[in-house]
Design a protein around this ligand. Sequence first.
Ligand SMILES: [Zn+2]
Length: 287
Amino acid sequence: MDVKSIVSALSAKVATECFSVTLPSSGISLDFMPISVGQQKSFSKLLMNNSQNSAVVYNSMLALIVKTCLSKDRLDFKKATELDRMKIVITFCAKNYSFNDVKIPCPKCKKDMTVKLDLAAISKLIDEFGEHSCDFVYTTEKNRYSFVLGIPSIHVMAQLEQWMNDHKESGEKPSDGAEKEDSPKMQHLERLFSSEDTMKAFIKKFEVCDIIDPSKPIIANMEGLPLKDIIELCNILPSEIFNTSTGLIQLIISKFLKPLLTLGHDITCEHCQNVIEKGFSLQIFFI
Ligand SMILES: [Zn+2]
């Protein structure tokens, strides 16, 4: 057999090892072919990446998902949410030998501790998190504003990453040297979810109607719209809806981001038995 025939026979054989992921947002099941040794290396590099160009990393991750997906007809980044992407990535991790044991320094004894990732537990938490949408109503003297909030689609999230990259310089904090404990990943997360503009990606739909004559509401449905249009539509609204302590931005932070970013499990250091609560969290999958 020549190499070409072996490769072809091998591909057919390996394809029987495919696995499926059920998306939490829709219940749609996608089939994936196993990640090859070559892909595994680039996948690990992507996930552990500390580079500043998050948009490139995000898109490379999406490219790997598309490449290994065997049911591309059911894979729609405009409908699938960021939570779906995380579940796919977590399943990839579970199939990836280099994620069986991760070593991180213990903050207490400083020795390297072995972190056993309970990926099945994390995957279950994501499923329980589910669609996670909620409503928000704000009434002014003249109008009633109703919002439907939810997890952004992968399509919008990719644009968020790009937006972040384009606005990198403005988010940079002055480095005073002393308190630079945050990892680049944490700094990235902070920037990603501290901007009023990027928060608008969580708005799925809003409706404005006149209180006296509610018969002709204006409906803005964000589904499938690019991030810049979502931002533009929201920017017309009165700022009080967003910026008060009971406003929309607060709600997004408390209802969506906090629970999402704190999903995780405790890890214990094998040297000093120090327990790091939620030491392994979903943050790692927020590229
Ligand atoms: Zn320790």
